[in-house]
Design a protein. Structure first.
Length: 285
């Protein structure tokens, strides 16, 4: 059994779905983690993004009910208990689900040392003939989609999808020394400074997990609903989402964005390209 997948009844604390603060911090740290050997006289060694992430985290495909249950528990704590986006009484068993989950593909990022779930994300396909032919963002802000060509209904349904429900475990979003939350302090014990510096990678890694899932299911036209500020930060990593709709007030100011999966992969800087390849191998294992 994969570490951290023992029960759906384990309690978690999670960050807002987009992980904006940690993406910004990842850029501030320039994607490098300093490895210090206290007994060495040599200068500190800088590890690559890929090696730093791989040392502490493992991305996996949530391809069975047990793993999906962990993702639903993450979303329950984020959307229902912490941010109150959804009603707790509408999430029986402490699992936040909706009508799109059955046809979606889901990914998780596990924290290797503890076995805990660091984050989750899903990709929703748009399929002609399915019960839910429209994407979630079409239902929320379909009337704001003004792009002349990059709109879900104007693209072949078999090639369209949406990234959504991205959530990061609260232990991986709080800066060192921060405490207090609606669910209490569940910070991980004995976390070194070097390991903590890798935590900002979780949010950007989840976007790369989603990119890998998109490629895996062959849906190159990718939509997402996010804050404009987040889109600007992702652009600095090479993920150049283009705005295709007006800004709306939906759980904060957000807008619909589009990217082609090949442009997403091709635009990544060298460090994140290596990380994407690592994530893809792990997802496909």
């Amino acid at each position: 059994m994969t570490p951290g997948l023992t029960s759906c009844r384990r309690r978690w604390l999670f960050v807002e779905p987009i992980g904006l603060a940690f993406i910004e911090r990842a850029h501030t740290d320039q994607g490098k983690v300093v490895s210090v050997d206290q007994h060495s006289q040599h200068p500190p060694r800088r590890e690559s993004v890929r090696d730093s992430f791989d040392h502490f985290f493992q991305p996996i495909l949530a391809d069975n009910s047990e793993r999906k249950c962990l993702a639903f528990r993450v979303r329950y704590d984020v959307y229902c208990r912490e941010f109150q986006y959804e009603r707790e009484e509408e999430c029986p068993g402490g699992l936040e689900t909706d009508e799109y989950d059955k046809e979606s593909v889901h990914g998780l990022v596990l924290h290797r040392p503890s076995g805990n779930v660091a984050g989750c994300v899903r990709v929703v396909p748009r399929e002609t003939g399915n019960t839910n032919e429209a994407l979630p963002l079409e239902l929320r802000c379909g009337e704001t989609l003004q792009h002349p060509t990059l709109r879900p209904p104007l693209l072949a349904a078999e090639g369209v999808c949406e990234i959504s429900r991205l959530a990061v475990h609260g232990s991986f979003r709080r800066r060192f020394g921060e405490t207090g939350s609606p669910l209490g302090d569940v910070s991980l014990p004995d976390i070194s400074a070097m390991e903590r510096r890798t935590f900002p990678l979780v949010s950007i890694a989840l976007f790369l997990v989603a990119t890998s899932l998109v490629k895996m299911i062959g849906k190159p036209h990718v939509f997402a609903m996010m804050e404009p500020r987040l889109a600007r930060l992702l652009k600095r990593s090479g993920l150049r989402f283009a705005p295709v709709g007006d800004i709306v007030d939906f759980r904060g100011l957000r807008a619909a964005y589009y990217i082609h999966v090949d442009e997403a992969i091709g635009g990544l800087n060298s460090d994140l390209t290596d990380l994407y390849r690592l994530i893809t191998r792990s997802i496909q294992a």
